[in-house]
Design a protein around this ligand. Sequence first.
Ligand code: MSP
Length: 554
Amino acid sequence: MAATTNDSTSGATAATDGGSSDTAAKRYYVTTPIYYVNDRPHLGHAYTTVAGDVLTRWHRQRGEKVWYLTGTDEHGQKIMRTAEANGVRPQEWTDKLVEEAWKPLWRHLDIQNDDFIRTTEKRHTDRVQEFVQDLYDKGEIYQGGYEGPYCVACEEYKTGDQLIDGENGEKLCAVHKRPVEMLKEENYFFKLSEYGPKLLEHYAAHPEFIQPESARNEVLRFVEQGLEDLSISRSTFDWGVRVPWDPAHVIYVWVDALLNYATAVGYGSDQERFESTFPADVHLVGKDILRFHAVIWPAMLMANGLPLPRRVIANGWLMVGGEKMSKSNLTGIAPQDLTEHFGVDAYRWYFLRAIQFGQDGSFSWEDFSARYTSELANDYGNLASRVAAMVGKYFGGALPAATAAGEAEEALAEGLKRAAATADEAIGERLDFAGGISAVFDFIKDVNGYLTEQQPWKVAKDESPEAQARLATILYTAAESLRAAAVLLNPVMPESSAKLWESLGAEAAGLGPIAEQRIGRVAEWGLLPAGATVTKGAVLFPRLEEPKKDEAKG
Ligand code: MSP
């Protein structure tokens, strides 16, 4: 067999452009799945994309070079049939949806992706052909036949364990609960079956490769059973990338799609960029597409001598009525309905705060409202406005210096160190967004507790120099705590952090823009300079309006 043996942990391939490749630090590269554009984005898609945005913003604030990629998966039968049903050509359909629905939603949700790849772009399709041709030339692809049950919604041939019985004895896809179609094709196959042992070796040597543990176990069990070769072309329809040596076939949409992670960062076109970005540090995927990312994708990379991603991390599903939320069973609530009511920041925060990443969860209007009111509006927003109001009232808006700090202030500074370290490890490393966010909100609770104990409004009534020094110290301590909270919450809620930054007068006082504040320094006590101009500013989390009647169902 012509397959190359790969050291998957080594760097990238040899430079082909003859240019000297600078060994600047590799970018921290994060991807979302590229989404099918048969319809508009829903809460489930936004969930993964927001998670990736928070993760990459966090790493940017660590001072790392980051690359965040998202995009759309535009070929295959599913898209073709949807376009046909709407009486337009597939390209027209995808152009419209990408521009009118997908890109605008990511802008609306403050997603800072560095690129947006569409699989119909030439920069992608040319490279897909080259990649597949390479595999063919290496003897990794052969011609054969296959017959089996196929789910168009998954764009995948199914094995027996992925099927369930329908009411009339027909076989249904276990994910979509829709009948599978028997498909028989003469097409091309990738020798996936030969990669089982190498994959198992890789999983064993890199236990962090697939997360969470439940996802890893599922993949291990699947690969241990033995892999079948993968059909990688279709000849019964033509909406796809042509197989270069046999244009009567198009490349299987999943092979086409997975390659986006390489083509978008310069594979075969810009070697220097490719080497400084690829492979991904984190592929974020829904658990439904885990096998593609943790089995097929690494095998394709091994076959072509490319390095493997560091981690594939599966998020759970947002559920509706006990089923995975999908096009056919939406809540009837679009992301924009929620942002209109709660605001974009609260939306970004809620799903990551309320659902343990990796587990399934469901949205409830009541739960969102309750958490918004208690944590965002009361604990955090009120704290910010009370502190600003007191600095205004007692010190004319000029932040006083802390000249009489004692044990209570030290305890808070220590608490901040712990919160920052916990959040950094949880969000930045383990993608435990709920744990990281809680650590910051626990700190915010401690700041509230500190004010309740210190009672600055009472201290203010005593005009003695000692009391005034205590008052100054208490308010400085609270404002300095808010400075840190704004920085730590900026990746999750950039809009409110910017408002708070403005209200603390932090940038004008010399700290620079909020996005440039480093996580590594956030717990250094005393960064906010005395003398900063504190203003009341905009309310961070306004009281919620009563939901409209038809929205109240949750
Ligand atoms: N096009 C493929 C992915 C190719 S990646 C090389 C695809 N697209 S998809 O639009 O159907 O879904 C992509 C992803 O959207 C899921 O893997 C998941 O990350 C996210 N979600 C879609 N529905 C979801 C939920 N109900 N809950 C959570 N995430 C969901 O599969």
